[in-house]
Design a protein. Structure first.
Length: 604
């Protein structure tokens, strides 16, 4: 019997490995920018075309590579970051596997132009599907220029399942933001289809956060800083009033590397217990500095999952640091009197000769019950002709009938007050009797369903009437949100929103749909854009669903609002005219019925 086990060719092995490392265009941007940072670059330019489908270009001014290194860099497990296994426990670089460039070259057409400072001429290398097409000398600046074109050209299935350009561009911007936030000393630019999206100058961490997410976030952040023998933690956390239902910017970085860590996230949110509503999220940008031998980053090719030797101790330090920031920097309203143009109020001093306390004079001999010269009337001093004062009020007089003889209303005219048909429990539930028992309705969810159906009908018809704002409100969006905002703008205008672009990621809200009085417009619009981003689909129906649901959630009556019987009656009647009385648009139960026999069993 012949042998059937064979070694796979390098080209096939590289394509298999590329499936873990290069999942989408954002993975290419992440790997190339991290390599540029490891090369000591101070200026990095990223240029993408068609959200990375057509072209991705990363240009840096790092150390560059020699002719031999440029050729060897595209081989699997070829790296300059580590030399032996022990180096995995002392990592100070972003990359170390030596798989990124090999994986990119296996599924794309790559061109590299690179030159070292000591070389007079650089190297131009062309690779397509792991196969070297050409290598020649070229004149180029110091550093590296990677151009990746036609991603997944030889893996049509992977290319077919790429999302829309808007979704892929959002993923690229998210990966880009995670890198620029941790390297503020490096200048970055980002261009998409010839349009500049980011132009970030070298600065500090605080300024870099403002440059990426807008000036308004500066008012929401509190600094944290703690240095212990276990770790050093620095960064910023949001004030309680910056809490949002979704879309909060939350970032953890350890030794310059972005990470996801649910345990540490719970530690941050625990510090805000009873300060924010349940389910709200707080923005935070937290940087950990830990000895490399105490963490393990070699868990997953994406390197976003990191294990710590002493997670519990770091969790306790993190929670204490956040609580300390909230305690030390909590806003306390200062009493500031406006004294400009007002007379001076002297301060009373008992020892001062310039001011005399007012004195009250009184007669200690005064007795109000003692007779005086004035006439005092007593019961015996009644005038003799007192009867003349009541002339005309005798029983047989007509005046008496006008004033006192009012006929009592008949029993037929008394209308008995109708007993309420609904009862409210703890400001959250509406209880009403039905034939089968007792029906309990969640008032907030019921109103969400009512408003959702109403908004969907309006978007399907002629749209919603808009109410002009007396003072337009300015909303600031990061570049990653602007991409989605421009996509959903027509549907938002159909709902009744009127937004105008002010430039720099700022939009003026000139009009809002009628009937949403009392809703915070800034949070509402950001929540709508975030919900549309999370839906993952960009067809019209999905966008309409996301916008209508988000608007209904924000405009619905909140939990705890006391309702009159008429208001409860209106909600119940409108609920039973909706398309689905049992569930909200996101699948949550609206009502339940406590059966009559169940009540009898509980009381039996």
């Amino acid at each position: 019997m012949s042998d059937i086990i064979q070694l796979l060719p390098d080209s096939v092995a590289n394509q298999i490995a590329a499936g873990e490392v290069i999942q989408r265009p954002a993975s290419v941007v992440k790997e190339l920018v991290e390599n540029a940072i490891d090369a000591g670059a101070t200026v990095i330019n990223v240029v993408v075309v068609d959200a990375g489908r057509t072209s991705i270009q990363v240009i840096d001014n790092g150390r560059g590579m020699s002719e031999t290194d440029a050729r060897l860099a595209f081989e699997r497990h070829a790296t300059s970051k580590i030399r032996k296994a022990d180096d995995l426990f002392a990592l100070r670089t972003m990359g170390f596997r030596g798989e990124a460039l090999a994986s990119i070259a296996a599924v794309a057409q790559v061109e590299l132009k690179t030159r070292m400072e000591d070389d007079d001429i650089g190297t131009h290398l062309s690779i397509s599907g792991s196969r070297v097409v050409a290598q020649e000398p070229v004149s180029c600046p110091v550093g590296s220029n990677f151009s990746v074109e036609n991603l997944f050209f030889n893996v049509p299935v992977r290319r077919k399942f790429l999302k829309s350009n808007t979704t892929e561009l959002n993923n690229i911007l998210s990966a880009f933001e995670r890198i620029v936030l941790v390297y503020p000393e490096v200048s970055f630019t980002f261009h998409n289809n010839g349009v500049e999206v980011f132009n970030l100058k070298a600065s500090n961490t605080h300024q870099r956060i403002i440059d990426v997410f807008g000036k308004k976030i500066n008012q929401e952040l509190l600094p944290i800083s703690v240095d212990t023998t276990v770790c050093r933690i620095s960064g910023f956390v949001g004030k309680p009033e910056s809490a949002r239902k979704k879309g909060a910017h939350q970032y953890f970085f350890v030794n310059g590397r972005y990470m996801k860590h649910g345990f540490f996230h719970k530690g941050v949110m625990q510090a805000y217990e009873r300060l924010i509503a349940t389910g709200d999220q707080i923005p935070y940008f937290i940087y950990f500095n830990v000895e490399p031998e105490n963490i393990d980053v070699n868990i997953h090719p994406t390197k976003t999952e990191i294990k710590f030797d002493n997670e519990v101790a770091i969790w306790q330090i993190l929670t204490a640091a956040v609580k300390d920031a909230l305690g030390r920097f909590s806003d306390v309203t200062a009493i500031d009197f406006d004294v400009e143009g007002k007379p001076d109020i002297p301060v009373f001093s008992p020892t001062s000769d310039g001011f005399n306390a007012p004195k009250v004079d009184y007669n200690p001999q005064y007795n109000p019950f003692k007779e005086s010269g004035q006439q005092v009337y007593r019961r015996n001093d009644v005038p003799k002709d007192w009867e003349s004062l009541y002339e005309g009020l005798k029983p047989n007089s007509s005046e008496q009938k006008d004033f006192f003889d009012v006929e009592p209303p008949s029993a037929e005219g008394i209308i008995e007050e109708k007993a309420p048909t609904h009862y409210q429990y703890k400001g959250r539930y509406i209880m009403t009797a039905v034939k089968s028992g007792l029906m309990i309705i969640d008032q907030h969810r019921a109103h969400v369903r009512i408003l959702y159906d109403r908004y969907m009908q309006q978007m399907a018809s002629s749209g919603h009437s808009s109410q002009k704002m007396l003072f337009p409100e300015v909303v600031q969006f990061p570049p990653s949100d602007i991409v989605m905002l421009q996509k959903v703008m027509p549907e938002m205008e159909h709902l009744g929103f009127e937004l105008s672009d002010l430039g720099g990621g700022s939009y003026a809200v000139n009009g809002v749909p009628t009937g949403i009085e009392g809703v915070k417009i800034d949070s509402l619009i950001k929540d709508m854009v975030t919900t549309a981003m999370e839906s993952g689909s960009l067809n019209t129906d999905a966008i309409n669903h996301s916008l209508a649901l988000s608007l209904a959630r924000n405009a619905a009556i909140p939990q705890g609002q006391v309702l009159s019987n008429e208001e409860m009656e209106t909600i119940v009647n409108e609920l039973f005219t909706t398309s689905n009385v049992n569930y909200t648009p996101d699948g949550k139960s609206i009502l339940c019925i406590l059966k009559q026999h169940e009540i009898e069993q509980m009381l039996g």
